[in-house]
Design a protein around this ligand. Sequence first.
Ligand code: F6R
Length: 235
Amino acid sequence: NMHVQIVKDPAAGGVAGFKVFQQALAAGAKVFGLATGSTPISIYDQLTASDLDFSQLTSINLDEYVGLGSDHPQSYRYFMQHHLFNAKPFAHSYVPDGLNTDADTETKRYESIIAANPIDLQLLGLGRNGHVGFNEPGTAPQSTTHKVALTPSTIAANARFFDNADEVPRYAYSMGIGTILKAKQILIVAYGAEKAAAVAAMLQGPVTADVPASFLQTHPNVTVILDEQAASQLK
Ligand code: F6R
C-alpha cells in the first residue's frame, strides 16, 4: 500500500508534502514524526509559511547525534528549531537527548515517549543506501530506539562541520525500524538521481534488511513523494 506521487522538483515536493500534513491534521492527527536532512526543508518551508497551527500538537524526531546539545549548530535539535519550531512551535517537541550518555536510559525513555504519543504521521527521508533514520543496512525490522555507531564514511563526511576531530560524533540515537513501522501513516520523500537506485529497491525490490526502506512495503499506509530523477529507475 504505497501511493507514489511524482513531482517536478523539490519545491513541488514541498507543496505535495504540505498537503499530506494538511490532510492528516484535518483527519485529527495529533503527533507528527519528523526528520532532518536536506529533503524535508521544502516541506518545512511550506508549513512555516502556512496558517496551520501546531501549538496544541506534539512532534517527535527520528534521531540525534550522541554528544551534541541543542545549542550545537550540527545537532538535529538545532536544525529543527531553525527550520520549523521557531516559526511553528508545537506544545511538545521531542528529539533524543544527545547529551544523555546513558544509552540504555535514553533509548528506553524515548520509546516510552513514543508509546505514550503514538505517531499519526511519520516523515522520512531516504539514504542513498536505503537507510531510514540512522537504520543502516543490516538493521532488524523489529528494532526499537537504539544507539547506532556511525560508519567511518559518515564520520569523515561530518568532520568538515567541526573545529576539532574529536568533537565529530561517533554515535547517534535513532528510532528503530520497528518504531517507525508503528506510525499510522508514513510519508517518505526522495529527490535526485543519487537516490534513484534506493527508490527502486525500496518500492520494487525484495523486502530485505539490505535495504532498510524496503520494510515500508509491509506498512499499510505509505505515501511516497519523488522528483523525476529519483523516480528514474522505477520500472
Ligand atoms: C534525518 C535522517 C536521515 C535522512 C537521510 C536523507 O533525520 O534520519 O535518514 O533522512 O540521510 O538525507 P537527505 O535528506 O539530506 O538526503
